[in-house]
Design a protein around this ligand. Structure first.
Ligand SMILES: NC(=O)C1=CN([C@@H]2O[C@H](COP(=O)(O)OP(=O)(O)OC[C@H]3O[C@@H](n4cnc5c(N)ncnc54)[C@H](OP(=O)(O)O)[C@@H]3O)[C@@H](O)[C@H]2O)C=CC1
Ligand SMILES: CC(C)(CO)C(=O)C(=O)O
Length: 351
């Protein structure tokens, strides 16, 4: 059996680690947050979801980051899943590197585009990417994770695992098989197109949640805020396409339509209809809050420079204007510094 260590047991890491453990996999969670690790050791990971039936408590092997050196006395790590925030990627990879098996590898199970950061430490050959599309989890108390997206059905694949070069290898096939114990999973031959599509999705929702303090369904329910998210998405897709990526769908939205939505009224309407429909169809629960919004509530650093900030940086490099992504990045920075408080008006006034 493969030994899997999850470095960064936040909402995503704890959720996946608990469900893999439930399916008898060899999982170790590794995290800095003392109370969280202690709560898991005492009581297990408490999962809840959109219905009562989703509630369960699973005992999981958890280690404090300060105990990581103990790994030297244990079975080498076959798969290290990095599920930290993007700004913690380098040290997390550096920390786990000495404990990897000879053929061990590191998987970025994060948002944003962190594979190059990981490859800089363990090499491209030991780097794998995995997108988690529509999992919507929140670590709202030590050891307690709530999910606000239904589990994937036949029409939606949650985990998309891919090699950097796009070929289907035994190790990514095996990883997708493992993740399918948690939810729907597949191997993608288009990791970069998936990554940029998810980045565009996050560019639409995460910064806006942080600046407004709004939850996912409220964002889609407000015409002015919704307009702003569509502009963000259009810019993000334009930049991704200019970089040469063949973007996959952004949520349910065709990227070519989204790219035109800032100038073409028909394209705009098509995107808006989909966003409104997602809300009606309840593709996310009412408690769902994009992770950057969760960070603000918790008074923690956000990944904004890796989401909207990154889109704006790449746009600048290519000579593509990204005023909406620039603006939301600046606003989130101000919220983080406490010079403004989260409020929908920051966005509504511009939109
Ligand atoms: N949440 C989601 O639905 C999704 C998230 N992602 C991505 O996955 C990656 C991990 O995100 P996510 O799991 O949401 O991150 P979390 O914010 O849940 O956890 C990240 C880390 O923050 C610390 N932490 C979290 N909450 C607290 C708290 N209240 N007090 C003290 N420390 C806390 C923990 O340890 P430490 O102290 O070591 O920082 C934890 O490992 C990111 O790249 C994110 O964008 C991708 C898809 C969906
Ligand atoms: C759930 C989703 C897609 C919301 O933007 C996400 O990835 C996040 O919260 O970071």
């Amino acid at each position: 059996m493969k030994r899997i260590v999850i470095v960064g047991a936040g909402a995503v890491g704890s959720h996946i680690g608990a469900l893999l453990t439930k399916h008898d996999q060899d999982i170790t969670l590794l995290d800095y947050w003392h109370e969280h690790v202690e709560a898991i050791r005492r009581e297990g990971v408490r999962l809840s979801g959109m219905s009562e039936a989703d509630s369960q408590t699973i005992r999981v092997n958890a280690m404090h980051m300060a105990e990581a050196a103990q790994l030297a006395h244990q079975k080498p790590v076959d798969i290290a899943i990095v599920a930290t925030k993007s700004y913690d990627t380098e040290w997390a990879t550096m920390m786990i590197r000495p404990y990897l098996a000879a053929d061990g590898f590191v998987v970025s199970l994060q948002n944003c585009i962190n594979e190059e950061r990981i490859a800089g430490i363990v090499g491209w050959g030991r780097t794998v990417g995995c997108i988690a599309a529509r999992i919507s989890v929140e670590l709202y108390a030590p050891g307690q994770v709530r999910r606000q997206a239904p589990t994937g059905a036949a029409h939606h694949t949650v985990f998309r695992v891919g090699e950097i070069h796009g070929r289907v290898t035994p190790r990514v096939s095996r990883l997708a098989e493992l993740l399918s114990l948690v939810d729907t999973a597949k191997v993608t031959t288009n990791l970069w197109g998936e990554r940029w599509a998810k980045l565009s999705h996050n560019a639409m929702r995460n910064g806006v949640a942080a600046v407004t303090g709004m939850r996912g369904n409220d964002i889609d329910g407000d015409e002015a805020v919704r307009r702003f998210t569509i502009m963000l998405g259009a810019e993000a897709v334009q930049v991704g396409q200019a970089l040469g990526y063949e973007l996959e769908k952004v949520g349910k939205i065709d990227p070519r339509t989204l790219a035109r939505a800032d100038t073409d009224a028909q394209a705009y309407q098509a995107v808006e209809d989909l966003l409104v429909k997602e809300r009606t169809d309840r593709v996310r629960g009412d408690l769902q809050r994009p992770s950057t919004g969760q960070d603000i509530l918790k008074g923690r650093r956000t990944e904004i420079e890796f989401i909207n900030g990154y889109v704006a940086d790449q746009g600048r490099r290519l000579g593509i204007a990204t005023p909406y992504n620039e603006k939301v990045t600046r606003l989130v920075n101000e919220v983080e510094r406490g010079t403004i408080q989260p409020d929908p008006r920051h966005i509504k006034e511009i939109a």
